[in-house]
Design a protein around this ligand. Sequence first.
Ligand code: GDP
Length: 471
Amino acid sequence: MNMNLITNTEDTIAAIATPPGQGGIGVIRISGAQALAIADRIFASRDGAKPSSFKGFTVHYGDIIDGKKNEVMDEALLTVMRAPKSYTKEDIVEISCHGGIVSLRAILILVMELGARLAEPGEFTKRAFLNGRIDLSQAEAVLDIIQAKTDAFLQVSAHQLKGELSTELERIREQLMDIYLEIEAVVNFPEDDIDDGKKAHDAREMGRVIGAAKERVGQLLRTGEHGRILKEGIKIVICGKANAGKSSLLNVLLRTPRAIVSEIAGTTRDTIEESAQIKGIPFQLVDTAGILEPRNLIEEEAVRRSHLCIEGADLVLFVFDASKDLTRDDERLMHVAEGQNVLAVLNKCDLPMRMDEAAIKKKYGMARTVNISALKRTGIEQLEEAIVKHVWHDKKIDTHGILISNLRHLSALLSCQAALEKAGGILSDGLSLEFVSEEVKIAISFLDNITGRNIDADLLDNIFSRFCIGK
Ligand code: GDP
């Protein structure tokens, strides 16, 4: 590991830990050997005691004082957590004061004048990792929790933070390590009197353990698709001719109590993109323009984009106006959506049905046709169920187990799997055990990559730079 990273942890760091802007309360966090000494100089406790005498996990009421001017800056609550029982395993002081940005900054500057350095993004969590409180996959879970867009992904990240992924990887690692050490012993201290029968038995046993480890890594890899969807969401495109009820449906889907609505920057005039969650799965809903006969260049561009959207969708909600006959416009759009993962949504079912429902069901299948009224909000629950079903393809959503959602983890697991595959191959070809141990060592190093036992300093900096300051 890079020395720079290690010496850096000797500084005492400080940052505003609450989001920028005004708030009821703002928190300044200080971590490091000087944290309590700094607190002694700026905090006047009501009972006159000094922070350096406070016990860990205690909160004290008092004033923040600017010693130079002998002025009270704010009243505050001071929380002390003593090393090693703290987030960073160092002494931590948290000052909770009134949440105005000017007063928070002034206090932070005071803290820095007394010897603390401004923390880098994620530096508190990085210290928790470097000081051995959490491993890298847990540190990444902290980031995931902060950035989680849905309840389901929050749950997955919370499990990862508890160390469930780390424990699982550690279990695989231990088994592989046993094999590695066994082979090293055989290679370095060969015993001539071992008969061929025992050798063959040992090799079979190694092959079994390597095979089992490969299978478990494979299982973890197979959760990647679920993990990706839970983390990043899935792209649902709503299409249909003008007036079919696309915008109405979009609004209904966004207004369900389970939905968290947020505007996506860069919304264009021809497509509306919103993110929402339906039954815990994050969705990016795109409402395409219903233009079919472009009258000018701008509309031509809009049509081109909505076609691209349909092609790039994970799921297309094709909205029909069921109170009317199928039109040429419907047919043209059906042609564009051909070959996609389509759900046919027969809208306006509150009105007398004119559309040939049987024909639509024949084309898209019973399970892929849902009758709704966006206006009266009927059939929406069934539609949501159908959406979830066709996104997961009937796979059970299991957020309690381990789900791999991080690309870095996926890629390390793939490499680990490849190395185990090679190790197994070498073993069954009866080649020298040294080659097997080489591959097993590579497989272990990829597992260590995920937990951070073995990781490049630049990569580490890159991971933590994605955190916010104060975390
Ligand atoms: P879009 O052009 O496809 O986005 O369609 P809109 O959502 O703007 O809806 C077009 C018109 O159909 C509006 O006047 C809506 O109020 C109406 N509409 C939408 N959904 C329904 C429905 O389920 N039943 C009825 N009766 N009218 C609807």
